[in-house]
Design a protein around this ligand. Sequence first.
Ligand SMILES: [Ca+2]
Length: 87
Amino acid sequence: MYGAKSLFSFKNTVLESCDSDVDYLFNLIDKEGQGYVDIRDLYNFMTEHLGTTTYQRAERVLRRLDLDSDGKIDFAEFEFGLVGRAP
Ligand SMILES: [Ca+2]
């Protein structure tokens, strides 16, 4: 479904939107609108948009962003992870 070219454009889109629209990206990953991103959201997002991924890889990303280690990425943690602003 995603050729090399479209994957590249997707990554650019993600990187661009990181600066300008973190809300949009957060809501995109938090599909059910729970107000946080959990491992399932992250895994689904990575599989859908970045091609096949492993659960372990999604877990690594989660752990890196989950500053208070409650297993969820809330918006402040997400924003901090992407744009480096203090939560
Ligand atoms: Ca957290």
